[in-house]
Design a protein. Structure first.
Lengths: 149, 149
DNA sequence: TATTGTTATACTCTATAACTATA
DNA sequence: TATAGTTATAGAGTATAACAATA
């Protein structure tokens, strides 16, 4: 999406009264910036989320990874292959279940994830610099309540 | 995305500290609900946004519509065709520029948009019912500040 | 030359279904 | 029979490039 040109032309609209519309634009701006932030590392936002999750969850298998991130089994295959191709992750058969493949970061993966985390923290600071620390916390809390029962 | 199953499996993660991650899930939940809200009318969220914008902007031509909503000219064609196929919009050559096509809602389009607006208002109430009126306002303001210079 | 709308194309994201090998 | 991973496929979203008609 061409965010900048579209935003330049936005005027007052009934759409502006919908929180969903503000949410859409905020999401677009943030994902566009995150995408270009990670691109120099050869990663897309989803790869970053995968690597964080893999590092945090020893013995994680693919199905569990997909479940955590909301990615279906079939769609996970090319994503994992991308990380394998860059030798950022290892894949090994689970000793307790020979159907399952456990994922682990390689040393190279650990190192690149550190770089990525530093870039992502800077990205968040950049995108949220108009919000105080208190407002950032509140934003997270309010977002979590959207669509809750 | 399978939101429900993924959310059920989410535990504490470094990702949770990123506002972008909360934003992503909120966006997914909201868009999924908006999609099923509008589906009975034969519309997707983008069609709804197009119809609102067309109604609000007399003499609107396609390029301007795309610019307002962040949709490229080429991608707009099948979207406009969808609305034309349902006879929800008229398309007529601009008298001032014979290259340009002006869009206008038909009577049928006006009526369906009223229905859609009622459903979307209920959808927003449903998604935001855990937030007070004050919190909803604040959420909109905070979202608008994301990615601002 | 520049712009409007169109067509063609490609890549990503998401979803479903069928297949295999294990359990 | 159920589950883990894979493959195939299809629809939606987004991006670029080329073209005809008009400005």
């Amino acid at each position: 999406m061409n965010v900048s040109s579209a935003e330049a032309d936005r005027g007052a609209s009934a759409l502006d009264e919908l929180v969903g519309y503000s949410l859409r634009w905020a999401h677009n701006r943030l994902m566009a910036d995150l995408g270009s932030t990670l691109e120099p590392l050869g990663l897309r936002p989803v790869h970053f989320a995968m690597m964080v999750t893999i590092r945090e969850t020893p013995g994680l298998i693919q199905t569990a990874l997909g479940s955590i991130l909301g990615i279906q089994r079939g769609n996970l295959v090319p994503l994992v292959n991308h990380l394998l191709g860059l030798t950022l992750v290892h894949r090994l058969v689970s000793p307790s279940d020979r159907r399952a493949l456990m994922l682990r970061l390689t040393a190279e993966g650990e190192a690149l994830l550190e770089e990525a985390l530093a870039l992502v923290r800077k990205h968040e600071e950049r995108m949220l610099k108009r919000l105080s620390r208190r407002e950032q916390q509140m934003l997270g809390q309010l977002l979590a309540k959207i669509g809750e029962e």
